[in-house]
Design a protein around this ligand. Structure first.
Ligand code: KG4
Ligand code: ZN
Length: 334
């Protein structure tokens, strides 16, 4: 069955074609230029641009795959979590297309799609695995036993890792979007000049907290203006120390989880998985614990319809489709 995937949960308009074995296309139109002047995603603008770009992106995904609408056997579309307007735009488009083509469609949980995205790239991926979803809206660690069988082991109590990157970038005066610009600055910085404290969670469990690291950056910048002006420390050093603190928090939580959970695979996904420092530290953890670590390439880490097409395919193949009554769920959880 050939499935068309559609993703519009935030500011990427994306369409992809999956044929049951591989991704034939994965077209992503980033709206970043529309939102940059506002320093963040404006939901109304995002929804409007999705509407403008969806037909173009879908046509391109089909033509790259060498397919026409007539060859599609199903449609997969993100129905949550995400921004309400953008989700409704993609969902309505997918429903209309499925109705017109008389084919089934599946509403896909964006988080589940991130979690399963490493299967698209690594043949050795298998259940069970520890899945780390680190994105702009979520920092969750799951124990994944099978499709639809996910146990949430850890989550963030405040900011998501990507959100912390975005907010810290703003404080440091680094350009939007924050994640890539902080990691670029960090590459030029010295990680030994500043040490930000790691969040200490007193309650039991493995949950994350990133607001403390973010506040530490704010205070550091306020209290060390002279040092920064004199060039004794640079914004690159602050970025390097911040990135190190966030990466250490994720790696240490995983180390603690591995002490009590047996696992042979860690699979990482979501926009923050594009961070090279995180990837390197996780790979070191993998060597230390003799565990395979899978981090997909950039295109599959950040928001893309390829992972939606793949996840939707798994459900459609089992005959599990959605009905026209399905609505967008901005706060959808796994
Ligand atoms: O998965 P994603 O594309 O969208 C959501 O579902 O949220 O993740 C976007 C997040 C943003 O917060 C962005 O700043 C972060 O991923 N990000 C990064 C990097 N590239 C993107 N964070 C750290 N380092 C990066 N290289
Ligand atoms: Zn995402």
């Amino acid at each position: 069955m050939v499935v068309l995937g559609i993703e519009t949960s935030c500011d990427e308009t994306s369409a992809a074609v999956y044929d049951g074995e591989r991704l034939l296309s994965n077209v992503i139109f980033s709206q970043v230029d529309f939102h940059r002047v506002f320093g963040g995603v404006v939901p109304e603008i995002a929804a409007r641009e999705h509407l403008n770009k969806l037909p173009v992106v879908v046509d391109e995904a089909l033509s790259k795959a060498g397919m026409g609408f007539g060859q599609l056997g199903g449609i997969a579309v993100t129905y949550g979590p995400g921004l309400a307007g953008p989700l409704i735009t993609g969902l309505s488009y997918a429903k209309a297309l499925a109705y017109a083509l008389k084919i089934p469609f599946a509403g896909v949980n964006h988080l589940e799609a991130h979690l399963l995205s490493p299967f698209l790239e690594f043949k050795e991926m298998a259940f069970p695995f520890i899945g780390v979803v680190v994105s702009g809206g979520h920092t969750n660690i799951y124990f994944a036993r099978g499709i639809g069988e996910y146990e949430l082991i850890a989550q963030t109590r405040d900011d998501a890792a990507g959100e912390a990157f975005d907010k810290a970038a703003k404080m440091m005066g680094l350009p939007y979007p924050g994640g890539p610009s902080v990691s670029a600055a960090a590459k030029e910085g010295d990680t030994k000049k500043i040490i930000f404290p790691q969040a200490q969670m007193k309650a039991k469990g493995f949950d994350f907290s990133f607001s403390g690291i973010k506040t530490a950056v704010l205070y550091y910048l306020q209290r060390n203006r002279k040092k920064l002006e004199a060039g004794e420390v640079s914004i690159n050093d602050v970025a390097a120390a911040f990135q190190k603190a966030v990466v250490r928090a994720v790696v240490n939580r995983l180390r603690a989880i591995l002490a009590v959970r047996e696992a042979g695979i860690i699979a990482v996904s979501g926009g923050v998985a594009a961070n090279k420092c995180l990837k390197e530290e996780l790979e070191k953890l993998g060597v230390e614990k003799k565990i395979r670590v899978f981090v997909p390439s950039l295109l599959l880490c950040t928001d893309n319809a390829g992972m939606i097409a793949y996840t939707g395919y798994l459900y459609l193949k089992k005959g599990k489709s959605s009905d026209m009554g399905i609505e967008a769920v901005p706060e959808l959880k796994i």
